[in-house]
Design a protein around this ligand. Structure first.
Ligand code: LMR
Length: 308
């Protein structure tokens, strides 16, 4: 569900800009392979000028080859009333395997965003299984929480969301996270100067952000999808774009050197800034035909779709 929203945003140039061609490699499972073919067909039919290749398969050692970005979304979602941590037994193994595959075949500078829950722990598992890749390139998605926090502050203050800045999510993408209203700003002023209702800030605001995902599951019967995809786009854009002076964004990163006094060797969300524009270098390839490569031993199909 998340990828269905995300792929079309990526292909349209929303993340890397209108001058950056893109190749999408979609990793699925045996069960989802036919649906993946359907997604590839829809991408093809959308005639995105920047989309030069779509490959699908179920072997991460093939799909992750030379990847510049790995968006690790596929995992078992939680149901109503379940905490994300309860998914660790089932999902942890996925990210250990994907970490190993990234370590073996991805670009040495691959940027990894872990979305499958519990995403902080899964990101840690993933990077521990990828010792030859820089740990700083692994992220746990807490941008969704940042966006949710900005939305709540904007609604309460009666301002448009773009007036909210310096919003930090500290810690875990879970109900223990701390959405930091003390350092956030509204129209450049501290939140507490604009929203005088301290009780709302300390109780309602914090709990609303912490529990937003769970409440959404109760309403929808399934977890968030479109807003998660939007937040992945936001997270990626923040990494490849210099952060505006004085502002920051939140992302879960590997802790070394006790940043902000936080314990070492965990993945923890904190305020970050991006200084350098990261340019992916995907060669423009023109593949006039659509070829299907099959390998019976590995049980994967790869479809290359051409753009010209
Ligand atoms: C979310 O916050 O919406 C996602 O992490 C899905 C979930 O389990 O809540």
């Amino acid at each position: 569900m998340i990828s269905n929203h995300l792929l079309f945003k990526l292909a349209s140039g929303e993340v890397f800009g209108q001058d950056q061609p893109i190749a999408l490699k979609l990793l699925g499972s045996e069960r989802s392979l036919q649906a993946l073919e359907g997604v590839a067909m829809e991408l093809e039919d959308s005639l995105y000028p920047l989309l030069r290749e779509v490959s699908i398969g179920i072997d991460p050692y093939v799909i992750f080859e030379d990847a510049d970005w790995a968006l690790l979304i596929g995992a078992k979602p939680r149901g109503p009333g379940v905490e994300r941590a309860a998914l660790l037994d089932i999902n942890g193994q996925i990210f250990a395997e994907q970490g190993k595959a990234l370590n073996a075949v991805a670009s040495r500078n691959v940027k990894v965003i872990v979305v499958g829950n519990p995403c902080n722990t899964n990101a840690l598992i993933c990077l521990k299984n990828a010792p030859n890749l820089p740990a700083k390139n692994f992220h746990a998605l807490t941008r969704l929480d940042e966006n949710r926090a900005k939305c709540q502050l904007a609604l309460k203050a009666g301002v448009f969301y773009d007036k909210i800045s310096n919003m930090t999510i500290w810690g875990n993408h879970s109900t223990t996270q701390v959405p930091d209203f003390l350092n956030a700003k509204i129209n450049g002023r501290p939140v507490k100067e604009v929203i005088k209702d301290t009780k709302w800030l300390e109780e309602d605001f914090t709990i609303t952000v912490q529990k937003r995902g769970g409440v959404l599951i109760q309403k929808w019967g399934r977890s968030s999808a479109a807003s998660t995809a939007v937040s992945i786009v936001d997270a990626m854009r923040s990494l490849v774009t210099p952060t505006p002076e004085g502002d920051w964004f939140s992302t879960g990163v590997y802790t070394t050197g006790n940043p902000y006094g936080i314990a070492e060797d965990i993945v923890f969300s904190m305020p970050c800034r991006s200084k350098v524009r990261f340019q992916t270098e995907i060669p423009i390839t023109f593949l006039p035909d659509r070829s299907i490569i099959q390998d019976g031993n590995l049980h994967y199909d790869i479809i290359h779709t051409g753009r010209w």
